[in-house]
Every structure is written in structure tokens, then in C-alpha cells.
Design a protein around this ligand. Structure first.
Ligand SMILES: *Cc1c(COP(=O)(O)O)cnc(C)c1O
Length: 362
């Protein structure tokens, strides 16, 4: 497939890159678009200026939510180049999400081509501030304008990007969380294990409830027994038992209602490399509270592409609340966060081939 390049738009990055990224609105100059139809398959791949698109009011994606997305980051490397972190894993998950919503599965090579082209074109937006990254947002949505309840026969893929600072600010800030006892994020047989747009709007009201209780994030429990800790809105959870080199890292098992995070998988590997015991298990809220009180669970953190590694230091559950450890970011959390940073920025060996180098601009 050929890629049509258009003239660069007026938007040019500030010299040296963006120094003060906002919160998801400092878009880079381009977007990459590919169409899909039953007759033509994937076609019309284009790198264009980021610009508004025009949609028929009957667009199926707007009405029925046949939409999926991904989130990936590119980082400036020790040698000044730019590399994308584990995009092939996101390409695979994008296919899994598409399958679940009866959408076409984008070939991994086309997904990666889109990323290469966009990041090559827009890499100068990224400064050499190591706290900054380029956040890549792939999106696939149904474009048919026939409102019969059926899968759309046409789709559009878009890849756009913005410059990201730290998710919760540039400094490592710990967060408090509210266990939500009222709503469920995902149910068995549902869509909790894929990144479909419809998973997120229903979580906003729970997020608002957390804010009203002075908490930064909501923790979701399993929908059946309402006792097993699953994850947060866009982040997986990890628990540390013990301290120092003997500390153990555990995370809730992938039961089918959790999103299998690439960061989660990365941290399990890195913790193992650091010599920690790692495990996946079912963890109940009662266990979380009791093990914190007994000093067994010493640290908790959330992880995801956007949030990186964010310490969780306080939990609110109805009228009860408890502090994790001494209420400060823990040592193991910070060491694992550092290890992730090092591999993402090319400061550490990359035996698993997680980094995808991006060609310099021609
Ligand atoms: C995207 C997401 C995560 C984190 O996944 P990463 O691949 O690590 O970014 C966790 N939970 C949910 C619900 C998500 O949507």
C-alpha cells in the first residue's frame, strides 16, 4: 500500500520541542488515516495535517459505539533518537478489540507503518525533557450511515498524537482511591478485556464520585461477587508484599474482565529481572485492607501507558479507610518505576526487543 504525503501544515513545533505540554490537547501536526470497506479491504492510507473530519449525522460509530482505540508512547532515547514502546503488543490488542466488536482486524504491519510514519513526521514535537513523551492514539470507528442495527460495512482508522507530560503531573505524586460498590466496569462475557470506547463513558460518573470523596481514582470490583479487586479506570493495580530484595509483586489475575495492560506485563517481567518474586492472583478488598493493617502489603501502585507507575497510598471504602505503608511512595514501587523508565528511554538493555526505533526525518 502506498502512503500519500500531503504538504506539511502550518503547525510547526517550537524549536527544541514542546516544553509545557498540556493535558492531552497539545496535538502534533499530523494524523494518519486508512479506510476499510468490504469491497476494497484496507485502502487509501494517508498522512495528512491533523484536521477536522466531516461525518454524516447517521454515522454508526456515533450511534452504536462500534469504536475501539489504543494508547502507546514514544520516548526520546539516550542517543537522541525516538523509539516507540511495545507497539506490536498494542497492534495485537487492537485486533482483539476489533474481533470483539465485529470490526475488521488491522494487519499488525499496517498498524506499525502508521506509527512509523506519524512519529517520523512529528518527532520534533518531543523535547528532550525525559518526563515528556509522545502519546499515540489509534482509533477505529464505524463510518456507515445506515442506522439498521448491524455491523458497519465501512470503517476508518485514524492515528493522532499529542505531547504528554506526567499523567498526574511531572512529579511522582501518590494518589488515594475510592472502592466503588455501586457500579461495575466489566462483566463476564462483556468487553472489559478489550479497549472499546463504550467501556469508558460509564466510568465517568464513578470517577466523579471518587473526586467527591477526595480520591483521585476509582477502584473497580468484579461484577459477580463484588469482592475481587480488578483495576482502575485505565490502569492495572499491583501490590507489593514485604520489603527490599525479598519483596513480592502481585497483580490481579486476568479473569476476562480486566484489561490486559502492556505496562502490567512489562512490570511483571522487570520485577522478575530485579529478583522479585512475581505472581498473579485473586485479591479481595478484605484481604487488601487486612494485609495492609498487618503490614503484609507494604506498597500498592497503579500502572498503565498514560499513568506509568503511580503510587497508591490511601484507600477509601464506604465509611472505612486505610493507609498503605507509611502513606508515601514505596521503595519497590520507585525502583520498578525507574526500571520501566530506563528501558523505555534506552538506558537499560532491551533483551525482549520492546523498543521500536523510529527513522530520523529525511
Ligand atoms: C488501557 C488500559 C489499561 C492499561 O493498559 P496499558 O496497555 O498498560 O496502557 C488498564 N486498564 C484499562 C481499563 C485500560 O483501558
Amino acid at each position: 500500500m502506498t502512503t500519500i504525503d500531503h504538504e506539511p501544515p502550518a503547525a510547526v513545533p517550537p524549536a527544541g520541542g514542546v516544553t509545557d505540554p498540556g493535558h492531552g490537547d497539545t496535538y502534533t501536526a499530523h494524523m494518519y488515516s486508512v479506510l476499510w470497506s468490504e469491497e476494497l479491504g484496507w485502502h487509501q492510507a494517508e498522512l495528512t495535517p491533523l484536521r477536522n473530519i466531516s461525518l454524516h449525522p447517521g454515522t454508526v460509530g456515533l450511534h452504536y459505539g462500534q469504536n475501539i482505540f489504543e494508547g502507546i508512547k514514544a520516548h526520546r532515547q539516550a542517543d537522541g533518537s525516538v523509539a516507540v514502546f511495545r507497539p506490536r503488543d498494542n497492534a495485537r490488542r487492537f485486533r482483539a478489540s476489533a474481533r470483539r466488536l465485529a470490526m475488521p482486524e488491522m494487519p499488525e504491519e499496517l498498524f506499525l507503518e502508521a506509527i512509523d510514519r506519524l512519529v517520523t513526521a512529528d518527532q520534533d514535537w518531543l523535547s528532550d525533557n525525559p518526563a515528556h513523551s509522545i502519546y499515540l492514539r489509534p482509533l477505529l470507528f464505524a463510518t456507515d450511515d445506515n442506522l439498521m442495527l448491524r455491523p458497519s460495512p465501512t470503517f476508518r482508522f485514524l492515528l493522532m498524537a499529542f505531547v504528554a507530560g506526567g499523567f498526574f503531573g511531572d512529579e511522582v505524586e501518590s494518589v488515594s482511591v475510592l472502592i466503588n460498590r455501586e457500579y461495575s466496569r466489566a462483566m463476564p462475557g462483556g468487553t472489559g478485556n478489550v479497549k472499546v470506547a463504550g467501556n469508558y463513558a460509564p466510568s465517568f460518573v464513578a470517577q466523579r464520585m471518587a473526586r467527591e470523596k477526595g480520591c483521585a481514582q476509582v477502584v473497580w470490583l468484579d461484577a459477580v461477587e463484588r469482592r475481587w479487586v480488578e483495576e482502575m479506570g485505565g490502569m492495572n493495580l499491583c501490590f507489593v508484599r514485604g520489603t527490599g530484595p525479598d519483596a513480592e509483586l502481585v497483580t490481579p489475575r486476568l479473569t476476562g474482565t480486566l484489561l490486559p495492560g502492556v505496562t502490567r506485563d512489562t512490570l511483571l517481567t522487570l520485577a522478575d529481572r530485579l529478583g522479585h518474586k512475581v505472581g498473579e492472583e485473586l485479591i479481595s478488598v478484605d484481604q487488601w485492607r487486612d494485609e495492609c493493617r498487618r503490614g503484609v502489603i507494604t506498597e500498592v501502585f497503579a500502572c498503565g501507558t498514560a499513568a506509568v507507575v503511580t503510587p497508591v497510598t490511601r484507600v477509601v471504602d464506604g465509611d472505612t479507610d486505610w493507609t498503605i505503608g507509611n502513606g508515601e511512595p514505596g521503595e519497590v514501587t520507585m525502583a520498578i518505576r525507574r526500571a520501566l523508565f530506563d528501558v523505555q528511554h534506552g538506558h537499560a538493555p532491551d533483551p525482549a526487543g520492546w523498543l521500536r526505533p523510529i527513522p530520523a526525518k529525511a
